[in-house]
Design a protein around this ligand. Structure first.
Ligand SMILES: O=C([O-])CC(=O)C(=O)O
Ligand SMILES: [Mg+2]
Length: 235
């Protein structure tokens, strides 16, 4: 299966179906991120391949700025360091990309309503951050696809420093390799190693088919209008 075929197929399934499939393969909780990893609002769902970023806690004292000009210069210099990973994400390589960021759970609001739109313009599927997001209200108005472990108003300035891109990281308790499949929905984030992803689909299909069958019966018995998720497999 090509990556394109794989991701198209995986998108039919809920994290619950995919997690049950991992269980069936003996991989219980292998890719289950900590429950603190939450969507910024209900209803965010995406799947894609991991582009990994590791950032480090800022060490040492920060400068005390005496003038606005000094602060502007200081902030710009620090941001160039913290956000140096941004230029590794382009319109050319962003298809089916999920940016996965390990910042050691630090509070600093690395994501905000500006970078969220910047990344949407570059074309990523979503971002998963073991750390902070700020400007939550505006970021939600933008429909930005963001999962994080913290919400905050603090900046990453003075709290985070630049690191590496494209290495094996630990994000919310899970080892993530570049190219692993990242699955995110209202229930949380599941990481599926690329090498087992095709087997996972076989078992996930059984789970979802059975769920659709039984829930369709429940809808009929209750006289409710079926919800659109019963169509997931025909998409
Ligand atoms: O400015 C930053 O570095 C983070 C932020 O608030 C945004 O992206 O809106
Ligand atoms: Mg902002």
């Amino acid at each position: 299966m090509t990556n394109e075929e794989l991701i198209k197929e995986l998108r039919k399934y809920r994290c619950a179906d995919l997690s049950d499939a991992m269980d069936a393969l003996g991989l219980v909780d292998v890719g289950t991120m900590d429950e603190r990893m939450r969507p910024l609002r209900p209803g965010i769902e995406f799947k894609g391949f991991a582009h990994t970023v590791k950032l480090y806690p800022k060490q040492g004292k920060v400068k005390e700025c005496k003038t606005v000009e000094e602060w502007k210069e200081e902030l710009s210099r620090e941001c160039n360091n913290i956000y140096s990973f941004v230029d590794t994400i382009t319109e050319e390589n962003s298809k089916d990309m999920v940016v996965v960021i390990d910042m050691d759970g630090i509070r600093g609001g690395l994501w905000g309503s500006e970078i969220a739109m910047n990344m949407m313009r570059r074309g990523i599927e979503g971002v998963v951050i073991d750390g902070g997001c700020r400007d939550s209200y505006e970021t939600n108005l933008e429909n930005a696809p963001v999962f994080c472990t913290r919400r905050t108003f603090t900046h990453s300035y003075g709290r985070v420093q630049g690191g590496t891109v494209g290495e094996v990281i630990n994000c919310a308790g899970v080892t993530v390799k570049p190219g692993d499949v990242i699955c995110a929905d209202d229930d949380g984030v599941l990481v599926i190693p690329r090498e087992v992803a095709e087997d996972v689909i076989k078992f996930a299909k059984l789970q979802l088919e059975e769920d659709i069958k039984t829930r369709s019966d429940h809808y009929k018995a209750l006289g409710f209008k079926p919800d659109e998720t019963l169509e997931r497999l025909s998409k």
